[in-house]
Design a protein around this ligand. Structure first.
Ligand SMILES: [Zn+2]
Length: 142
């Protein structure tokens, strides 16, 4: 079990957003998404109403965070409340099942990032708050 997973279980870390991710039995990360029961459109993060057909018949689904970099940018100045490290890289990832997800890219030099490169999901400490680590899903090279 990773140190982050243990910290989440022991309360030394908290998720950045409730239900943003789940840790499944093998220790890997799944993203908490939604799937429309009418048109089967999937999205992340979770929604209460389909953004494509507007149906309210939307259920929870766990998305496998594996895909390719669709676009990226380097953020040199975070939002006012950001206490994490800058600069950081934001990527838009096209998951293998077609869902677009925006998150941080870690463990990769900016000069090594390529559109279309394979990435996978991981958990990372985004920042510290109130003596606890705030953890969220990020991407790393596959
Ligand atoms: Zn729909």
């Amino acid at each position: 079990m990773s140190e982050i997973v243990q910290d989440l279980r022991d309360g030394r870390a908290i998720p950045v957003v409730p239900n943003a991710f789940e840790i499944v039995a093998d220790g890997s990360v799944r993203l908490g998404g939604s799937e429309c029961q009418k048109c089967q459109w999937r999205t992340f993060p979770r929604v209460k109403r389909c953004l494509r057909c507007h149906s309210g018949d939307v259920g929870d689904v766990l998305l496998i965070p594996q895909g390719i970099v669709d676009s990226f940018t380097v953020v040199h100045q975070g939002p006012a409340e950001w206490t994490g490290v800058v600069p950081y890289v934001l990527v838009r990832v096209l998951l293998d099942d077609g869902v677009l997800v925006v998150s941080h890219l870690r463990e990769c030099l900016v000069s090594d990032i390529r559109i279309g490169m394979g990435v996978r999901g991981a958990l990372a400490v985004l920042f510290e708050e109130g003596g606890r680590s705030v953890v969220g899903p990020v991407f790393v090279p596959a």
